[in-house]
Design a binder for this molecule. Structure first.
Ligand code: HEM
Ligand SMILES: N/C(=N/c1cccc(CO[C@@H]2CCNC2)c1)c1cccs1
Length: 349
């Protein structure tokens, strides 16, 4: 099984790198029969992580798959060393707002990061309702069970929770210099900032596993930049998230008593325009869903040129705002799963 996965990956990887794979294949098969596993070279690891992004069916941002920076931290052993590598990744990937798509890869079978994203707001269940991000309530409660205490504001940054081997998970507050936040304001509606909306600048997904040639990296956090609708049409807009559309509509003086005034749609557009404007003003990379769709079209064309077929999940690739205004809506995609790839894994709390 591992031999087969290794063979398949190596053949394709070395073909794409323009290298002969015979010698390497022999060495790997020997290592697998000696030790039951094998260790990727940095080149195999880096190209495998990029191939996994290229194969991510639900990702609209794949045009840039070859440019991802890969930080190899497989030799780290202690929770402190790992926390410091994560603090480094936060600063390196954020790059003062000029976001660099980056992945850090830790020793397989040894490290787990409990966070869904390295930077996320806490959620608190109170008798008067939820403070903060409802999506974070379970993880926040878990952090509190480990002794962590937040300030109970709607935008508290959660700590990192790192587990090595089967030791107790350790909790680390994120240093200020690793954090970048954007206050949401509107280009023409002056009192929009009265809503006091904000969001963190850069998404770092930290709970997916990376599978390359039969080796599973359970801790391989990766960042890119946001597509505006993720924040403006989901994180801040969903009823079961920050649910701000009624507040935006009131600020805009919209008639909210009838659906047919399309007040929700108008509020959504103003909020998404404000998100894109605020990120640009703050010098933080972000892409609107029309530009992202055009970039994805370029990705499809480039892959065809390389003789590779593109797999995708239509329902995830279409943006949540004006989906039919993008080419993606008007075609269908083969949702087959190709490896290397990123996968969900069981929650640790
Ligand atoms: C560079 C800018 C990037 C943009 C604008 C982008 C955009 C997106 C968006 C909008 C989604 C859907 C998320 C959702 O609906 O919740 C997504 C999903 C995804 N992206 Fe990308 N992405 C980028 C980079 C990356 C990178 C660097 C990786 C990994 C190396 C990646 C891997 C994925 C994966 C695995 C999913 C599916 C997540 C899931 O199934 O929950 N993306 N991307
Ligand atoms: N823009 C992004 N968006 C996402 C990419 C992958 C996953 C997610 C969050 O997915 C959650 C689980 C299902 N929807 C929300 C968001 C990126 C995050 C890290 C690199 S690029």
């Amino acid at each position: 099984m591992l031999q087969e996965e290794a063979k398949q990956f190596l053949k394709l990887c070395y073909q794409e790198l323009g290298k002969d794979y015979n010698d390497r294949m022999t060495k790997i098969l020997q290592e697998i029969s000696d030790t039951g596993t094998y260790t990727h070279t940095y080149e195999e690891l880096a190209h495998g992580a990029r191939m996994a992004w290229r194969n991510s069916n639900r990702c609209i941002g794949r045009l840039f798959w070859e440019s991802m920076h890969v930080l190899d931290e497989r030799e780290l052993e202690t929770e402190d060393e790992i926390a410091n590598a994560l603090f480094f990744h936060l600063q390196y990937g954020s790059n003062q707002g000029k976001v660099i798509p980056t992945i850090t890869i830790f020793k397989p079978g040894y490290v787990r990061i409990f966070n869904h994203q390295l930077i996320r707001y806490a959620g608190y269940e109170t008798k008067d309702g939820i403070i903060g991000d409802p999506d974070s309530v379970a993880f926040t409660t878990f952090c509190e069970s480990l002794g962590w205490r937040g300030e109970q504001t709607p935008y508290d940054i959660l700590p990192l929770v790192i587990q090595v081997e089967n030791r107790e998970p350790k909790v680390y507050s994120i240093p200020e210099e690793c954090l970048l936040n954007v206050m949401i304001k509107h280009p023409t509606i002056e009192n929009f900032q009265e809503l006091e909306l904000q969001w963190y600048a850069v998404p770092f997904i930290s709970d997916m596993k990376l599978e390359i040639g039969g080796i599973t990296y359970e801790a391989a956090p990766f960042n890119g930049w946001y597509m505006g609708t993720e924040i403006g049409a989901r994180d801040l807009a969903d009823e079961q998230r920050y649910n701000v559309l009624p507040k935006v509509a009131n600020l805009l003086g919209l008639e909210t008593t009838r659906d047919s005034t399309l007040w929700k749609d108008r509020a959504l557009i103003e909020l998404n325009e404000a998100v894109l404007y605020s990120f640009k003003q703050a010098g933080v990379s972000i892409v609107d869903h029309h530009t992202a769709a055009k970039q994805f079209k370029q990705f499809e064309e480039r892959e065809a040129g390389k003789g590779r077929s593109v797999t995708g999940t239509w329902s995830w690739l279409i943006p949540p705002v004006s989906p039919a205004a993008t080419h993606i809506f008007h075609k269908d995609y083969d949702d087959s799963v190709v490896k290397p790839n990123y996968f969900y894994q069981d929650r640790m709390y």
